[in-house]
Write a protein that binds this ligand. Sequence first.
Ligand code: PTT
Ligand code: SF4
Length: 606
Amino acid sequence: LFSWFKRILWVDLSRGEFREWRYPGEMARMFVGGRGYAIKILWDHLPEGADPLGPDNLLILAVGPLTGLPGPSTGKMVVAAKSPLTGGYGDGNIGTRAAVNLRAAGWDAVVIRGVARKPSILVIEDDKAWLEPADDLWGLDTFRAADKLEERFGKTAGILLIGPGGENMVRYATIVSQKGRSGGRPGMGAVMGSKKLKAIVVRGTKKPELFHPEEELRIGTEAIKFVKSSPNYEFWMRQGTMMTIEWSQNASVLPTYNFREGVFDGWEGISGNYMEKVKVTTKSCPLCPMSCGHVVKDAEGQPSELDYENVAMLGSNIGISRLEDAALLNRLADMYGIDTISLGNTLGYALEAAERGKLELDATWGETRKLAKLVEDIAYRRGVGDLLAEGVKRVSEKVGETWYAMHVKGLEVSAYDCHAAPGMALSYATSPIGAHHKDAWVISWEVQHGRFKYGREKVLRVIELQRIRGGFFETAVTCRFPFVELGLALDYYVKMFQAATGLSYSLEDHFTVADRIYTLIRLFWVREHGGWGIEMDLPPERWFREPLTKGPLKGAKLDKDKFIEMLKIYYRERGWAENGVPLPETVKKLGLGEDAVRLAERYSSK
Ligand code: PTT
Ligand code: SF4
């Protein structure tokens, strides 16, 4: 096997121990890397029922066999742990120099358990790893801390860090890199904070050994050429994901006033076209020929790196129609190290609850200054901010009105309204981390292929996307945008993988890996929750209960009976039982081992 180092670094912060684990090649064949390694390690090594914010939780950084190789946009890394937001499997994918440097240091993953005695920095340099004090950094936001770390470790060091959000264990705190890359929506930053780990710094001088390096270089170079000559390249470079604001408005899926509506009167002020006029520069992850981080000056004149999700959730969803205002909240989220999607979603819920007289809040829709103050209160857990730092599920339970809390399994819905999109609702419902669009962004296909339809065709499309995006891209660990946005054929990736690793996996083989990982993640959720039921996989009640009142799709809402029928088809297609637990025969077929089979036998309904 090539490209893998077959070494994982285990760090025990409580004991100050560092250990190398040379894992068997079978693990690479069955789980490939990234998310695959993360779930395998959590399944095997996390004590059942571990407190996500306690010493037993494992924070995992994992790259894959394509990370850092010649090819388009390969500077990515998976960060994973048991989530403090959902109590289930949580991960995120972050573009960072730390990904490329971890490969150069010769590690496929890092597993961190325990709690450091005092605020620390974990430094990894080739084969060595050690802790350094972080007393001078604790309390600093991610921008100031990044500057200090760069001064100390040099500009080429790969740096992952947390801000006050992670330190104060905001349940949706993320890990931040390069002042604007953020990963681990389901609270990976809070897990890092619970371990008193302010930063992870990675440097390395090695190169992975490849099976056929010339061939890998040839295909990677060809793929980059394809990307740059794609007909959409020029527009992508101008707007990136920000083009989606206009698309979502036209398709009536732009989250508006806590997902009450799919159209927003002030959409033009936050659109990609407006952004183009005020853009000051672009930023990107390492090794990327299609930079998508568009930087504008926010309402305080400071640079803020934008994406569609950030602007929709901190714009239309909370009634903000000035890009500079949404950009201000976005910058604060990056500085404090909290997830913009969960933040905008939780603020939306709080504003609605306040409007209904259920929550005391000194802010209403669109009041940027007051909302900025709330963001700060969340990061530092002050006043009502302490409650809002718990995420929308817990807030709604405390308030006593849960039907308009927009989450699945505790993870806040990202920026696509689903009143008229049952396929996308299924994607949220069955995403392995809770309501996130990363695994199956089926909505653009759905809008073109009969958006009001339910049934098997949509289920199969969701599963196919989950296999490609949630399986292949999260295990090979490389950015999916060249494929999604500029149409780079999957065949390039399959060939790059073969040339790099020497494993002659076809796309179908990768899909089997994906199914194995999905099934193990589902079993992990079942184990940690002590059982399962179909209600765990339902989208928010609002989409069934209350129709859209505006726009061309006025009157549209989801049909619950039809949705549940579709969910049952999904379970059948995956070889899972009627209650959403994998069947023992499916678990056996995927080679997941005795423990997994026993759990399936215990919990799957007959
Ligand atoms: C991702 C989620 C997204 S998805 C966005 S915008 W997107 C939000 N970005 C945030 C941010 O910024 N700051 C902040 N404080 N919180 C944020 N939360 C939100 O996080 C991201 C890009 C994007 S931008 C997307 S879709 C693609 N995602 C990929 C993926 O998941 N896998 C993969 N193999 N390739 C991907 N390529 C694209 O990467 P999470 P990033 Mg992200 C400012 O982390 O937890 O996965 O949540 O990592 O480096 O910023 O790249 O319209
Ligand atoms: Fe990062 Fe965007 Fe490039 Fe992907 S396309 S690697 S998210 S800059």
